[in-house]
Design a protein around this ligand. Structure first.
Ligand code: NAD
Length: 304
């Protein structure tokens, strides 16, 4: 059971975290580089720590949410902090890479504290909602012991693994898929407008197409997981069929003078696989190209 929590960083996200904890009745300390940002939280009942050391000393759970790991390092990695950290649970909610999370875990544990790394899959206005997802990795003990507090920040809280970098890796993986869709929408809007379609029309047809795209997406993940790269009866569309449709995008971009940097990169990937005569393979047969940069070799892209 958590008795005291300290939130280091009262920016947009840190303030939302602190407000939510106060709302749920947690005894909450806050600290921010510029103290004025703590004032609205103090008005809600937060105790303002005069220094980072004081905040850590007062808390069982230390939540860090500052701009980046460089800012977090500036708070923690200096004289006087190591001695107050011992025995604490450190929950790092600052966005970072898997490597940064791994290094932070080593540093925190070397100072006698336990480390949980978190990735917030939401904007500040979603903190505290039942549908909001936060991913955690690192100390399972910290996660289990403080689950009520962690779940207060989002009902969709989950523990993804004991390696500190795994939450951040999953965050990056999910965002990669999101950026693929967002960049695709930018390209699609350019094509639609160049051909005299308005964006409301594009938008309304996006929702009709979405179930088909979602099904293809999950099928891609399942087939890649099973290494079922060869085309079979369950293949939704062969690589050759995909490429035949894809070439219309290249043509539309060229004809209308649109930016084709992204389609050209996709074209290169299609061609790498098709140069090996993979027309009949499943779209999932492109997956090995993303692992080590080389196309599947003969015999690799089969169901065997
Ligand atoms: P923000 O700009 O509102 O706040 C940044 C905070 O970092 C401030 O409290 C600032 O005082 C502090 N800070 C910056 N440099 C510092 C330094 N050198 N020393 C001490 N403190 C320093 O940003 P935010 O939106 O609250 O984001 C905070 C973290 O949460 C980031 O890592 C961000 O990637 C992550 N995050 C934000 C969102 C979002 O939608 N805002 C979503 C998910 C994750």
């Amino acid at each position: 059971m958590t008795s005291n929590v300290c939130v280091l960083g009262a920016g947009r996200m840190g303030s939302s975290i602190a407000r939510t904890l106060l709302d749920r009745g947690y005894s909450t300390w806050v600290w921010n580089r510029t103290a004025a940002k703590c004032e609205p939280l103090a008005a809600l009942g937060a105790k303002v720590a005069p220094s980072v050391e004081d905040g850590i000393r007062a808390a069982d759970v230390v939540i860090i949410n500052v701009l980046d790991y460089a800012a977090s390092d500036a708070l923690l990695k200096r004289d006087g902090i190591g001695s107050v950290l011992a025995g604490k649970a450190v929950v790092q909610l600052t966005s970072g890479s898997p490597r940064l999370a791994r290094e932070e875990a080593r540093w925190v544990e070397a100072h006698g504290a336990r480390y949980l790394d978190g990735a917030i899959m939401a904007t500040p206005n979603f903190i505290g909602k039942s549908e909001t997802a936060l991913l955690y990795s690192g100390s399972r003990d910290v996660y289990e012991k403080h689950k009520p507090l962690l779940s207060a920040l989002g009902g969709g809280t989950s523990y993804v693994g004991e390696l500190a970098g795994q939450a951040s890796a999953l965050d990056t993986a999910l965002l990669t898929q999101m950026w693929g869709g967002l960049f695709g929408a930018l390209q699609g809007m350019a094509v639609a407008e160049a051909e005299g379609l308005d964006l409301e029309t594009f938008k309304s047809h996006l929702s009709a197409f979405k179930p088909v795209v979602d099904a293809a997406l999950f099928d891609l993940v399942d087939r890649t997981n099973a290494r079922r790269f060869a085309g079979d009866d369950a293949t939704l569309a062969s690589l050759g069929a995909h490429y035949s449709a894809f070439r219309h995008l290249l043509e539309a971009c060229e004809e209308r003078g649109l930016n084709a940097a992204m389609p050209r990169a996709m074209d290169m990937i299609f061609r790498q696989a098709l140069s090996l005569g993979r027309m009949e393979d499943d779209f999932a047969s492109l997956a090995p190209l993303f692992r080590n940069g080389s196309p599947p070799q003969n015999g690799e892209a089969t169901n065997a």
